[in-house]
Design a protein around this ligand. Structure first.
Ligand SMILES: [Zn+2]
Length: 172
């Protein structure tokens, strides 16, 4: 399997990043999250249409498994979060491993999860970040060897938090 990495605040091409309701709740079956995050993400799902769209997109991706883990040390390059993606020989995205450092505030944690999930969606969109960055496309930045950051993921993270803040209903 060719591994590709997406980093994060950053997308890495290290070689480089769902929501159908399920019996387990609102998160897609192929999105596996740290147990500590699950109630927060379920709450976020109820308040943010953008987060729901991310979940739908991931949930619809056949053969893709996404894992979100909390880590006590920086996942890399002094960043607070990192996404590493893997593709099969045909180039199909099959896995994404997201790491988010702890401790963080609840808001920051949720923003980073949404940010990193957007990197997964970028890869589902087949964005070639290395190529975009080489061509000087605005909003794609190299943060090191095979590591990339995008304005899109950063903006989506902020949007999801804003939607959660503005939504009606229980505040936590
Ligand atoms: Zn990022």
């Amino acid at each position: 399997m060719r591994t590709t990495r997406v980093t994060a605040m950053c997308v890495t091409l290290w070689a480089a990043v769902a929501c159908s309701a399920s019996a387990q709740g609102v998160l897609p079956d192929n999105l596996h999250v740290d147990p500590m995050l699950k109630p927060m993400l379920t709450w976020l799902w109820s308040r943010s249409p953008t987060f729901r769209r991310q979940c739908l997109r991931i949930g619809d991706a056949a053969n893709l498994t996404v894992r979100v883990a909390l880590t006590t040390s920086s996942p890399g390059r002094n960043s607070d979060a990192l996404t590493v993606v893997g593709r099969d020989r045909s180039g199909r995205l099959i896995r994404a491993e997201i790491s988010v450092v702890e401790p963080l505030s609840r808001r920051r944690r949720l923003e980073l999860v949404a940010h990193e999930l957007e990197h997964v969606v970028e890869q589902l969109d087949d964005l070639d970040l290395a190529s975009l960055q080489r061509r000087g496309v605005s909003g794609v930045y190299s943060t090191g060897d095979h590591h990339f950051e995008t304005a899109r993921a950063a903006a989506i993270g902020r949007l999801v938090i804003r939607e959660a803040d503005e939504a009606q209903g229980p505040s936590s």
